[in-house]
Design a protein around this ligand. Sequence first.
Ligand SMILES: [Zn+2]
Length: 370
Amino acid sequence: MGNSEIMVRYLRRATLTGLASAGAYERARTSRWRRERLLILCYHGVSIEDEHEWRPRLFMRPECLAERFELLRNRGYSVLPLAEALERLYADDLPPASVALTFDDGGYDFYKSAYPLLQQYELPATVYQTTYYADYQQPVFNLICSYMLWKSRGEVLEPAGRVPVRQRMDLRTEESRQSVVSELMALSARENLSGRDKHEIACRLAEFLEIDWGSLLAKRILHVMSPREIAEISRSGVSVQLHTHRHRTPLDEELFRKEIAENRKRIREITGSAPTHFCYPLGNYDGQFLPWLRQEGVLSAVTCDPALAAGDSHPLLLPRLVSTSAQSMSEFEAWLSGIGHMLSRRGKRRRIPRAALDCQGGRLGFPSAR
Ligand SMILES: [Zn+2]
């Protein structure tokens, strides 16, 4: 049995019997096993107001993010830019306890709440930027509807023709509110509504719910960064990468590749450099996407399957830990150190046909030492 396996056994036992302590974290963090692995962290939103109360698994308070950054800085973690981290992962050349920070969607909240913290802590980060709403500076339709319904939670309302919803609007549970959002989304798809039509519906919904629409717009709640803001974060070193133009992954090859191409074109126009790293919107991946991504010149793609990436991880199916405020600091630290990975149940991953997996890091442009 190798040293790393003994370490894993020791830690698993220590943690399961409640002995996990600063000492156990330290042993895991400085182990050879951990050194050969990269933890890619995923963040979604950082609240401008109370979004973390609406979606605690998507948003966190800036104070909570700062606490996590503090821990990264003070406990000897090596936070690397994603591209460098991946190159060094596949070259078996990672520094101790390496971590890469990624933020999904490129919302205005990133610019307002996360970007200043990244600068303060001098941490490199990647933003997976969706671009449709960057040019169309209005709140993201399904999100703003869901947020406003949550703001009116507890009420039961009759739409009575004031908003295009047939069902009685029962806003008492997350599920019943989601059913109203689903009806609006179905209407939008059925009638092929334009961005302007959807904006009009959201505005009417705000009026119906007696929510100050003007104030939501002024604060740019649930907006995507503008091209000027994206250019600014890119100039100051944030890596802006692919997340599809309209935040979707069609199952049709032509449409899928169009999403990537439009997204890449827009990011290149805004930042002056061509993105080659991709994040599956909503963590939805499928084996058939892999050859399409390769043909689009994509070097890496991340999922939301929680694990540490290793030298044998497929570069287009890289695992990532979604860091949420629902996680305690000790759970977070367990993941950083590697213990979280060792103890997690990883049986539920999607099966990808072998034919789709026919390339390893080296062939995608990562020099592989193995
Ligand atoms: Zn996303």
